[in-house]
Design a binder for this molecule. Structure first.
Ligand code: CTP
Length: 411
């Protein structure tokens, strides 16, 4: 996550500039503010209008922009932000940087900055391999400039392939996150640094026989977003997740399980934790005895009687744990009616500190969707939150949890 971070994005003139549009979108999705600077060359490939529309910011294009320069615009752009990202970085731009040339706004910013700089080069493979470019690369690396890519593959020029393609926007975003997290860690700025956060996510599958199982519609999106948000906040994160169709979040210890019993075991062995967030939609029941053979129709036309037994309640188990109860224990309540009454009941019964309550009636589209409308239920009351993306819900829950743990807020 990049909430609250300000990134100056320098777009220089290469065909890969079109990918910068997607890059802006991806950075903004993660909460960053993106201030675009375009070189003259970049404007030959994409328009400032498109860049401005996607970033929702003024696009800086010229060194001698009277409006921007009356408050020393290029110096401000060079200094007031968390990171300068160059994507694409052309061979020409790298050469100018290596030699301290400042003949346009982008290069003036790069010469004046004291902020971290990350470059995503893009050029023809021959230009990349050229000793001049390789020498410039070494010079820039020695000065602390970081690089993402280039990747190898087909080039825009017909029939050419090799190393020189700009990295994909998501790879660049990951490099930005790693760099910012590293600096925040160094500066002791991450609110959950040194903490362990344990999260459950996804559904559980309870086998009926070797080929069938009981399941539910949980996608795991909210739990996984929480794991990412906790990681971004500097925590060591353990994610215990049921069967989901989602990639493992980066830098998180993921324990994949199938059943509620396995989930409980994984949770217990992962304790102690400072914060536990039980976002999994654990199946309430499993088969009293799981058959080893596939259940067959017996010809009578009557369905088989499936005898069920209740699963252990993971949240309640750790909520009542004598020695290993986390300092902050957060549960979810997925309801289709009497949302708040049910949530309060769960808060008490399971001895949680907060319950994140949401209405999962099919009409809300929350199950499997990307948005969530939650109510934060605690012993001091109920807070209604506006509809947000699951990512934003995750970021805000994690920020609130960090404040509570660090003593800045009580809920
Ligand atoms: N939970 C759990 N283990 C279970 C059931 C639920 O840890 N066996 C946790 C969930 O992860 C969630 C909270 O308890 O944080 C509430 O889950 P929910 O399915 O809404 O409630 P249930 O306890 O299953 O109650 P009910 O089915 O009556 O709504």
């Amino acid at each position: 996550m990049l909430s609250g971070k300000q990134i100056v994005l320098i777009i220089s003139g290469g065909i890969a500039a079109y990918k910068s549009l997607d890059l802006i979108r991806r950075l903004k999705e993660r909460g960053a503010r993106v201030i675009p600077v375009m070189t003259g060359g970049a404007q030959e490939f994409i328009t400032p209008l498109a860049v401005g529309a996607l970033s929702a910011e003024k696009v800086f294009t010229g060194l001698f922009d009277r409006e921007a320069e009356h408050d020393v615009g290029h110096i401000r752009l060079a200094r007031d932000h968390d990171l300068i990202l160059i994507a694409p970085a052309t061979a020409n731009l790298m050469a100018k940087m290596a030699h301290g040339i400042a003949d346009d706004l982008a290069t003036a910013i790069l010469l004046a900055t004291d902020k971290p700089v990350l470059a995503a080069p893009a050029m023809n493979p021959k230009m990349w391999q050229n000793p001049a470019t390789q020498h410039n690369l070494t010079v820039l690396k020695d000065r602390g400039i970081r690089f993402c890519g280039p990747a190898s593959g087909e080039m825009a020029e017909k029939g050419e392939a090799g190393v020189g393609r700009m990295s994909e926007p998501l790879d660049i975003v990951a490099a930005v996150q790693t760099m910012i997290r590293g600096r925040d860690l160094q500066a002791g700025r991450l609110p959950l640094a040194g903490r362990h956060v344990l999260i459950t996510s996804g559904p559980t599958h309870e086998p009926i026989d070797p080929v069938r199982y009981i399941a539910n519609r949980s996608s795991g999106k909210q739990g996984h977003a929480l794991a990412e948000a906790a990681r971004e906040a500097g925590a060591r994160v353990t994610l215990v997740c049921g069967p989901v169709n989602l990639p493992d979040p980066a830098d998180v210890t993921v324990i994949r399980v199938e059943t509620a019993a396995e989930m409980l075991k994984a949770v217990e062995t992962s304790l102690p934790a400072d914060i536990a967030i039980m976002a999994a939609a654990v199946a309430d029941w499993r088969m009293a005895s799981e058959g080893t053979q596939k259940i067959k129709k017996d010809g009578s036309g009557k369905p088989p009687a499936l005898e069920l037994t209740e699963n252990p309640d993971i949240l309640a188990t750790i909520g009542h744990h004598q020695s290993l109860r986390p300092k902050l224990l957060i549960g979810f309540a997925a309801e289709t009616r009497d949302l708040l009454t049910n949530a309060l009941g769960k808060l008490e019964r399971k001895n949680a500190d907060w319950i994140v309550a949401n209405d999962v009636s099919p009409a809300t589209g929350i199950m499997g969707g990307d948005a969530n409308t939650i109510h934060l239920v605690s012993r001091s009351g109920v807070e209604d939150w506006p509809q947000m993306s699951k990512t934003d819900v995750a970021r805000q829950i994690v920020a609130r949890a960090a404040d509570t743990l660090n003593g800045a807020a009580k809920t």
